[in-house]
Design a binder for this molecule. Structure first.
Ligand code: GUN
Length: 286
């Protein structure tokens, strides 16, 4: 059946989240509490630079102070860990974010482990990942929580639905599966070693693509009327920004779909702001 999917508008939903964050920041300000995020970027990866600029801009609009630490790509592991140690101890800093990926030679796992779990607004630290695993957490995993926020906004129920996640990263795939499970979805995680991928995707009522390959999800892989969430941020052969989903064809089959840009991306940043306010509240015993 040919249809036209409803567009899930990430800009609209993220604005609602950001408005609430701004209100929270203002009311903390009335109590004499400022909210501050430290953002670390190492090297000059252009995509990372764009993400960091967007995060700083969003902080400013929400009334959150952002401090940027832009380090040279030849920064040593020790220098980076020393900076994080200083920020962990700095009572004016509520949240610490180290933009990934890091240049070769730096140990991402050790860097994530060095951030104080109370300031880990990405929710990447094993302590916070563990909290997400047991379904009891303060810091939301940014991209997955942004996605559930969009589903809620459009009244899309997860309970008892077949949910298929393509991708098993610690940043998106694994925590996404946990959040869907918490909402009583029946969850399948597919990855690069999955055989007959279409068997799983075509059964999905909710399909989440976090692969990193343009046009990876084609219309024949999607169930009629499915909700399709595209986490990919890729460049196609013409250099244009695109997701993992063949948007034009899949939007004729899905009931709801997220565009790229303007879908999941803005939601990730909105959740980051929300986590930074949560950190400030918890550090002030609120
Ligand atoms: N690189 C890609 N996504 C993210 C993210 O959400 N946080 C950080 N710190 N780095 C990333």
């Amino acid at each position: 059946m040919e249809r036209t999917a409803k567009i899930i508008d990430g800009k609209l939903v993220s604005q609602a989240v950001k408005d609430k964050v701004r209100e929270d920041v203002l009311s903390l300000g009335e109590k004499g509490i400022s909210v501050c995020l430290a953002v670390i970027i190492v090297g000059d990866n252009p995509a990372s630079r764009t993400y960091v600029n967007n995060k700083k801009k969003a902080c400013k609009a929400a009334g959150i102070i952002s401090r940027e630490y832009a380090l040279d790509e030849n920064t040593t592991q020790q220098e980076l860990l020393e900076l994080i140690d200083r920020l962990n101890k700095d009572s004016e800093v509520n949240g610490i974010l180290c933009q990934l990926p890091l240049p070769q030679g730096l140990d991402e796992k050790a860097v994530i482990a060095s951030i104080s779990p109370e300031k880990d607004v990405d929710a990447f630290h094993a302590v916070n990942a563990g909290h997400i695993m047991i379904g009891d957490y303060s810091f939301l995993p940014c991209t997955p929580a942004g996605i559930t926020e969009m589903l809620d906004y459009y009244g899309i129920e997860v309970a008892s639905k077949n949910c298929t996640v393509i991708g098993r990263s610690n940043i998106v795939g694994k925590p996404m599966a946990m959040l869907l499970l918490k909402r009583n979805g029946t969850v399948t995680i597919c990855h690069s070693a999955t055989k007959n991928l279409a068997d799983y995707t075509s059964r999905a009522d909710i399909l989440i693509a976090a692969v990193g390959k343009p046009n990876f999800v084609t219309a024949d892989m999607v169930k009629d009327g499915a909700v399709v969430i595209d986490v990919g941020i890729n460049r196609n052969s013409e250099g244009k920004l695109c997701g993992d989903v063949d948007f034009d064809a899949v939007s004729k089959k899905a009931s709801y779909i997220t565009p790229v840009p303007g879908g999941v991306g803005p939601m990730t940043i909105a959740t980051l702001l929300k986590n930074t306010v949560t950190a400030a509240k918890l550090q002030n015993n609120l």
